[in-house]
Design a protein around this ligand. Structure first.
Ligand SMILES: Cc1cc2nc3c(=O)[nH]c(=O)nc-3n(C[C@H](O)[C@H](O)[C@H](O)COP(=O)(O)O)c2cc1C
Length: 185
């Protein structure tokens, strides 16, 4: 089987956001494993208006094309009012089949590790037929970011990131067999 394509999706788009630092950290750990092709997927690059508010055929096509290339996902999730950001929810709503029968891991951050946002995301992923894995690195805004802005993750998270990636890669490979004829795997 060819190496899988795993997208590390940055869930926030606001100016000054922390998600690029967290996404790059996950990508660095992932790349050292060499077990899949990992890439950062930045929602901000797709300039998606709120779903239905404007003609966004071009943006929606680009977004769906990118998701269709991917076999699995790692969502970089930040907690906004005990849930996920509006921009991540909007991006999730912009696709359907391109999400289906794929696996995902969640890396979250917030005052309590982004746990409430991560649990909300799991409910949404169920509706999109995305299999979210159990291992979930949860980062604290107080202890993993200096002054709440410079990302300095505690060493203990490394084990969890690798545990999460182990599951994402295994499940992404298994689910690919549902989408791709055996001869093409
Ligand atoms: C509108 C808004 C609501 C927030 N609500 C919460 C919250 O409910 N719980 C929490 O732990 N952090 C909350 N935060 C703090 C964010 O988790 C923190 O600012 C984080 O850095 C946001 O991710 P980003 O920097 O990638 O945008 C909130 C931040 C914003 C902007």
């Amino acid at each position: 089987m060819e190496k899988l394509n795993i997208g590390i999706i940055l869930g926030s788009t606001r100016q000054g956001r922390l998600s690029p630092q967290v996404g790059e950290w996950v990508k660095q750990i992932a790349d050292e494993r060499g077990d899949a092709h990992y890439q950062i997927v930045d929602i901000a690059d797709y300039h998606l208006p709120l779903l239905g508010e404007a003609d966004a055929t071009e943006q929606a096509t680009a977004w769906n094309t990118k998701l269709a290339e991917l076999d699995g996902f790692v969502f970089i999730v930040q907690e906004y009012n005990h849930s996920i950001s509006a921009s991540l929810k909007n991006a999730l709503d912009y696709a359907r089949e391109a999400w289906n029968n794929k696996a995902a891991g969640i890396v979250s951050y917030g005052s309590v590790g982004g746990a409430r946002a991560a649990e909300h995301l799991r409910g949404i992923l169920g509706e999109l037929s995305v299999a979210d894995v159990r291992v979930h690195p949860a980062l604290s805004l107080f202890t993993d970011f200096e002054n709440g802005s410079v990302f300095k993750p505690a060493d203990l998270h490394l084990v969890n990131v690798n545990g999460m990636l182990d599951q994402v890669v295994a499940w992404s490979g298994a689910l690919k067999t549902l989408r791709v004829p055996a001869a093409a795997l």
